[in-house]
Design a binder for this molecule. Structure first.
Ligand code: C2E
Ligand code: MG
Ligand code: MG
Length: 729
């Protein structure tokens, strides 16, 4: 507001004498005034009022803007155009100013006749009469509605933005995720507390204006991140990769923090080119994932990997290993005497031993090796980077020494031990299944050498394996073509030397020169013993029926049956069916099972099968008695009619006092248990005599007859019914 009122007694628009204040235009004051007036008429809203504010003059622009005619305005109070926007105090202050003789300037919001609002930038000056007294006011106004609207809109926009920004910051701050933005220069321009808190080892580097690489470097150096590798080169590579990933953000990646938390980092470039990133704590997700993975991959008892993972890792060797990489060894490990510990100290102690063994194996190997429990007491270790067999030997020695340390189990001191077999990738094979098979063969071989030993799969074992495979293949064809034959070896009463029956023995003529003992073992391992056994039994029963039809009494028929055959739940039924088909009664059949059947892992299943067969009327003999590990307890628990003294003891009779003592003991034992005794492999008169004196019941051996082919049977039986003088021993 200025303080220069218009002091002139002249016309409404006259001020101070013009000639005193304006440069000379060469116009008369009246012309000059009219020029001003014309110029003003179009731009400026002009009104004059008396002292009370009654309008005495308005120009055309006033009328145009206020939409009132001059007739409607003259004589009315100027307040007719008040909009009600300004408080009363606004006008009180204005009136106070102008009434004091000063001019007033301000922006006023007016209302036109039609109710529309317009803004005017207003200057009001008092008019003085000749006496210097105020006799009215002159107001000059510029319409500023458009500017006012723009101002208001701008203000609104600014407010809105400010609000949005505050809101955004509040929202970002409330997020559990870490949010950060880096500008074109890679300097931090925005972040929330979660971001700062995640990187609690950044050493205060997280501040606006700090470069990304500085933040990362400080955190990295302060041990913010966990690495699987301790190799400084690998770690630097990680660092460089993270910087690169940040500069050209793409797929999300993970960070493992020092305190075990996992962050998923997702960065994008914004349209203006900032790198905006969100870091999410996915630790819980990772844990759940781990749990699910563990359930699928780990043995719950020991926490070691299971067979599936082991096979998977072996399988991956083929794709991961490059030419020239050091070999990898697979070690199969079987705890010694585990079954005994389980049986005598209980399953709790057995489990404890397995856990201890697992820990010891874990301790003995390197972190880059893999250890798995395959089931039961069988473990496997993949030893990486074994330059030569010497490395394997060293690791195996460490392993066995550690495993052999005494353990306290169920208040007893136990000396555990392990037997091991080793196969080597790629020397032995590059196939996972084969490596496992080869290591198993080596383990089997090591067991044969004695518990606690270990064995590499080697050329000799490979040759043996190939031979076994060839035998199995040939045998399969022979069974299919029913070209596996039988031989029957007579059994006789030792006292009277009268014929009692035959033992049936499988015969197979083959170019591989595999003996019955050999091909029977292959058949057992290869899962074809069941078919072979039924074929032999079928042929033997057919021979018996034929002999009977020819008028002979072949007596009791003893067939050898392997444990695997008894494990087939259909076996007793198959036997009954064959007996029925050939019209032979069950009491004429004897099943020979080896003594080890009694201590087999699935002894319960075997006992069930033998009991079923016994119930049919079939007799049971324990073959090769004295060579196995069965105890008298086992003997008591099975339905056994006859013990068959192993040939190895009988052959010692006459030359080995120990063997004689064993034979004597077995006979006494059998008789005192109410069982009969058969001695097999009798070759000499002396052996025959010795057994007779012991009152051994039955004999079998070359001294009377070798196993006979079917064609020879009738002749043999015919001789038996002839006077026996020739046969007397
Ligand atoms: P094993 O049951 O102990 O059969 C006796 C073995 O001793 C037979 O050998 C027989 O030929 C032989 N032998 C009999 N008397 C004498 C003798 O005085 N001196 C000598 N040196 N040997 C004698 P083979 O036929 O080679 O059978 C070996 C083993 O194969 C058998 O031992 C039996 O365990 C098994 N085996 C044979 N046939 C079958 C079969 O059909 N099924 C099953 N599961 N096993 C069979
Ligand atoms: Mg036998
Ligand atoms: Mg035998």
């Amino acid at each position: 507001m200025s303080n220069n009122g218009v002091r002139n007694g002249g016309g409404a628009l006259s001020g101070e004498p013009l000639e005193t204040q304006s440069p000379s235009w060469g116009l008369s004051p009246a012309d000059e005034l009219s020029a001003y007036r014309r110029a003003l008429e179009h731009q400026v809203i002009v009104a004059a009022t008396d002292r009370a504010g009654r309008i005495t003059y308005v120009n055309e622009k006033f009328c145009e803007t206020s939409k009132y005619s001059s007739a409607e305005l003259i004589g009315r109070k100027h307040s007719v155009v008040n909009s009600g926007y300004h408080p009363r105090s606004f006008f009180v202050s204005m009136w106070k100013t102008i009434a004091s003789g000063a001019s007033w300037q301000g922006e006023i919001c007016n209302r036109a006749k039609d109710g529309s609002i317009y803004w005017v930038d207003t200057t009001v000056v008092p008019l003085f009469d000749a006496a210097g007294k105020i006799n009215g006011y002159l107001s000059i106004r510029y319409e500023i509605t458009a500017r006012k609207r723009a101002d208001a809109a701008l203000h609104e926009e600014v407010m809105r933005r400010r609000e949005a920004e505050t809101l955004l910051l509040e929202v970002i701050e409330a997020l559990p995720d870490g949010v950060a933005a880096y500008d074109h220069d890679d300097r931090l321009i925005l972040f929330n507390s979660a971001y700062r808190d995640f990187y609690d080892r950044s050493g205060g580097a997280i501040q606006n204006g700090v470069k990304f690489e500085t933040v990362l470097r400080k955190s990295f150096d302060n041990g913010q991140f966990q690495f699987s590798s301790t190799d400084p080169v690998a770690r630097q590579r990680w660092f460089d990769r993270k910087v690169k990933e940040h500069r050209s953000p793409g797929r999300p990646h993970l960070q493992h923090l020092w305190d075990g938390r996992w962050l998923q980092v997702q960065e994008r470039r914004s349209p203006v080119g900032y790198v905006v990133g969100v870091r999410t704590d996915i630790t819980a997700l990772k844990q759940a994932e781990r749990q699910i993975k563990d359930q699928a991959e780990r043995d719950p008892l020991t926490g070691l990997y299971n067979r599936r993972v082991l096979l998977d890792r072996l399988d991956r060797l083929r794709t991961r290993q490059r030419k020239g990489d050091p070999p990898v060894a697979l070690v199969l490990l079987d705890l010694d005497n585990f079954k005994d510990i389980n049986d005598t100290l209980g399953h709790g102690a057995g489990d404890e031993l397995l856990r201890i063994a697992a820990d010891r194996i874990r301790e003995s190997i390197r972190s880059t090796d893999t250890v798995a429990r395959l089931g039961g007491d069988e473990f496997a270790v993949i030893l990486n980077d074994v330059r030569d067999d010497e490395v394997v030997r060293r690791l195996v020695a460490r392993l066995t020494t550690r495993l052999a340390q005494p353990v306290r189990l169920a208040d007893r001191n136990v000396n555990p031990g392990a037997t091991l077999g080793v196969s080597v990738y790629p020397r032995d094979s590059s196939d996972a299944g084969e490596l496992l098979k080869f290591a198993d063969i080596a383990l089997y071989h090591a067991k044969a050498r004695g518990r606690g030993s270990f064995c590499f799969f080697d050329a000799q074992l490979r040759a043996e394996l190939q031979r076994r495979e060839a035998i199995a293949a040939g045998l399969r064809t022979a069974i299919e073509r029913r070209t596996v034959g039988i031989a029957l070896q007579p059994q006789f009463a030792l006292g009277s030397q009268r014929h009692e029956g035959f033992e049936v023995l499988a015969r197979w003529s083959n170019t591989l020169k595999a003996t019955p003992s050999e091909f029977i073992a292959v058949a057992e391992q290869g899962g074809i013993i069941g078919e072979l056994g039924l074929l032999v039994l079928d042929k033997a029963l057919a021979a018996v029926a034929q002999l009977r039809r020819s008028g002979y009494d072949p007596g009791r028929l003893a067939v050898n049956v392997a444990a695997a055959q008894l494990k087939d739940p259909g076996f007793p039924r198959d036997v009954a069916a064959l007996l029925h088909r050939h019209g032979v009664e069950a009491s004429s059949l004897e099943i020979e099972v080896t003594e080890n059947v009694l201590i087999d892992r699935s002894a319960a299943v075997l006992r069930q099968a033998l009991t079923e067969l016994h119930a049919l009327g079939v007799q049971i003999a324990l073959d090769d008695f004295g060579t196995g590990h069965a105890s008298l307890t086992h003997l008591k628990s099975m339905p056994v009619d006859r013990l068959k003294i192993d040939r190895s003891f009988v052959s010692g009779v006459g030359s080995n006092a120990g063997d004689e003592a064993i034979v004597r003991t077995i006979v006494t034992l059998a008789h005192s248990l109410g069982k009969q005794v058969v001695a097999e492999g009798i070759e000499t008169e002396r052996q025959l005599q010795f057994l007779r004196e012991l009152r051994c019941d039955t004999g079998q051996g070359y001294i009377v007859s070798k196993p006979l082919l079917e064609a020879e049977l009738e002749l043999y039986l015919a001789a038996q019914s002839a006077p026996a003088a020739r046969r007397a021993g």
